[in-house]
Design a protein around this ligand. Structure first.
Ligand code: HEC
Length: 304
């Protein structure tokens, strides 16, 4: 203790002298041997000496009056006690040694099991107080200052975020279109549809949609409806029992719209080897369709 105090004082002294030296070093006359500096060192030297003397005197007084011995004994006692309590385990539980058991006995005995009046373990008390402090902080944060979102607000935030993500995802996948909203695409869309058709559908519908295993897709007769929405739906869901698979897991809605647009664009193209009509006659009516019948050929739809 004495040592650390002296060191502390010395440090403080040196810090101060540094602090004061700062501005002075800029001045021309000062230096290590200038009067002011020597005087300052002298002053600190004297103060340090005085402090040492004071501490030495205190120590001597304690020594001669026997206080020092008493203190030492106490220290030793405390250390052995700590050792007896043996470990941190005993300390955090404030366990009493077995010899003190008699003093703790409250006199209740159940089948030879005695009830002892032990104190509440410190770890429990600390945890208890900590939980109260935490509770106050929690209450303040969520219910008084309303700085944090409670579970309902958190839910709302999560839902909003999920909706935004879903929207972005649908946009990316082009799933924003369905059979009710699909419209005839422009030339680029139809061209994309043609490419998809050639590699995926031509095997059954012919490379120009003239028909094969599947029906002719260029005539006025349709098994499942001839509007672009109907075509879209047929491609999406398929007619599985008749050999036309569902393409919804293969293509995005955007791609299905391109296919439907391409098929609609081939209407009336009368390709070579066209299969005989199947299904019902379908007449385009502007009311149920987004496309004017006169404009269904590819050249004109490009303008849409
Ligand atoms: C394995 C053969 C096969 C493939 C491949 C195939 N289809 Fe079909 N498709 C059929 C058959 C068979 C039908 C007739 C279903 C019925 O009888 O109801 C059909 C019906 C259709 C219809 C409805 C025609 C109508 O008259 O209503 C459309 C539209 C269609 N297919 C589009 C496509 C598109 C687009 C593709 C490529 C993505 C495709 N098909 C791939 C066999 C196929």
């Amino acid at each position: 203790m004495v040592k650390s105090l002296i060191i502390g004082f010395l440090l403080l002294g040196s810090l101060q002298s540094f602090g004061q030296n700062g501005p002075e070093t800029a001045a021309p006359v000062t230096g290590v041997f200038s009067d002011a500096t020597i005087f300052r060192y002298l002053l600190f030297g004297i103060i340090t000496l005085e402090l040492i003397t004071i501490f030495a005197l205190v120590y001597w007084i304690r020594f001669f009056t026997g206080i020092e011995d008493l203190q030492r004994e106490k220290d030793v006692e405390r250390k052995t006690k700590l050792k007896d309590a043996s470990s941190w385990w005993s300390r955090i539980n404030k366990l009493k040694p077995m010899e003190e058991e008699a003093a703790l006995d409250v006199g209740h005995s159940y089948d030879g099991i005695k009830e002892l009046d032990n104190v509440t373990p410190p770890w429990f008390t600390i945890a208890f107080i900590a939980s109260i402090i935490f509770g106050i902080g929690y209450l303040w944060h969520y219910h008084v200052s309303k700085a944090g979102a409670n579970q309902y607000e958190e839910y709302e935030i999560a839902v909003t975020k999920a909706n935004l993500e879903k929207e972005a995802y649908l946009k990316l996948k082009g799933d924003a279109v369905n059979e009710n909203t699909v419209v005839m695409l422009d030339a680029a869309g139809i061209e994309a549809g043609r490419a998809l058709f050639t590699s995926n559908c031509a095997a059954c519908h012919g490379k120009d949609g003239q028909g094969g295993v599947g029906p002719n897709l260029t005539d006025d007769y349709w098994l499942h409806g001839g509007s672009i929405g109907d075509v879209f739906k047929t491609i999406r869901l398929g007619v599985v029992e008749k050999g036309m698979m569902s393409w919804k897991d293969v293509f995005s809605a955007e791609q299905i719209a391109q296919l439907a647009s391409y098929i609609k664009s081939t209407h009336g193209s009368k390709p070579a080897g066209a299969k005989e009509p199947q299904g019902e006659l379908y007449k385009e009516t502007p009311k149920t369709n987004n496309v004017d019948p006169a404009k269904t050929d590819s050249a004109q739809t490009a303008k849409l």
